[in-house]
Design a binder for this molecule. Sequence first.
Ligand SMILES: NC(=O)c1ccc[n+]([C@@H]2O[C@H](COP(=O)([O-])OP(=O)(O)OC[C@H]3O[C@@H](n4cnc5c(N)ncnc54)[C@H](OP(=O)(O)O)[C@@H]3O)[C@@H](O)[C@H]2O)c1
Length: 429
Amino acid sequence: MREGKIGVAILGLGTVGTGVAEILSQNRALIFRRSGMDLELKRVLVKDPSKKRDIELQQEIYANEYRTILEDPQIQIVVELMGDLHPAKEYIIEALKAKKAVVTANKAVLANFGSELLEVARQNSVPLYYEASVAGGIPLIAPLTESLVGNNISSVMGIINGTTNYILTKMSKEGKAFNDVLQEAQALGYAEADPSADVDGLDAAHKLAILVALAFDDHIDLKDIYCEGIRSIDTMDIRFARDFGYTIKLLAIGKKTNAGIEARVHPTLIPVNHPLASVNDVFNAVFVKSQEVGELMFYGRGAGRYPTASAVIGDIVAVAKIMAGTGKALPRKFGSAKTLPITESSGSFYIRLMVEDRPGVLGDVAAILGRNGVSVASVIQEGRAQDQVPLVFVTHEVKQGALASSLKTISQLTCVHEIANVIRVEKGD
Ligand SMILES: NC(=O)c1ccc[n+]([C@@H]2O[C@H](COP(=O)([O-])OP(=O)(O)OC[C@H]3O[C@@H](n4cnc5c(N)ncnc54)[C@H](OP(=O)(O)O)[C@@H]3O)[C@@H](O)[C@H]2O)c1
């Protein structure tokens, strides 16, 4: 046995688990040379051992039950890659209580039970690492916890769902409707048969909960994250946004304000020259601002077998060093902060009304906005000779609550057929 030899068990041999198993066996010598850690894959747990796999492993490596892994003193690291909340949560807790280090890519389990799991890790003095849970292959959690440890981070803003970014990019480049692009994305395997977790923003909200805790040292409840997906985005909105100099992205935004933490996921207009505006297709990126380092952007593949496995392997080596006594600290403890309700947050807004095509409509709408203290930065009024035409404007900074009451009054005007869309604008300042 070589010095630094560490036994690893993988729970789940699907997309990511297979990639991790492959890299562990193919790159074992390279990992040893670079890190001094000799990682040996000792056991794998799956749901259906008879299933045909993309990787050939010796039959005896498959564990019949989880207990075999828990009770094996040679296994020091358990890598949870099963997904879903249960039994992933229970398996992680049992591994930590058995004094084994845990690596997971499971954003859902962390967003829902992160504080509890990290507490169990602390109580048992073993590490719990989760780099792959946010933005797949992009190293983000290690930079936030280590390289940027001396920074006061003021905001994190990211494109952290590849499916929705793919859909919005296609809608924007090819002028195709949401439902058509969604079907294409499903055919290509970029979107699930049930796409709601992605297109309604929940997947991004899970990742934002993790990011916010790391950026601001405070745990926030998933239910306090305002979450709005992309189903309402029409190609018309993308076109008007472009005319105003913006592109539409689904952003996950965490901001530290004096009044509390803002945590929200929603479609957003960002200026075309903002670095996030050129993040296209299934790519992810996270834009971090801090007083000390200034602006940073992390960019890369947010999912996929090998990108995600790359992040998991990094974690395995980091926890192996801790288990071997040559590594770094145990999980941090998070506080809890006040989350700012979405109605209290301020920003600029893009608003598209469908209105009657007659003189004076713009004046009626502008008067209501003015009475509520909402000022307009730009307007486009388009088309003639149709029974309804779009009236589109971008506001200056306004509290969401004030805007909502203006829109309520505007919706009662007989000349307004519909408030077709309201999208936040993020200027990146
Ligand atoms: N896919 C990505 O690109 C990606 C990116 C970032 C993070 N993640 C996260 O990584 C995790 C794994 O994702 P994935 O896409 O690899 O999932 P997947 O392809 O669905 O694979 C899941 C694996 O877990 C096994 N499994 C499920 N329930 C089990 C149970 N109760 N006991 C034992 N084994 C069980 C399955 O066994 P069978 O094979 O026998 O069915 C399968 O091998 C998830 O938390 C996901 O959110 C994935």
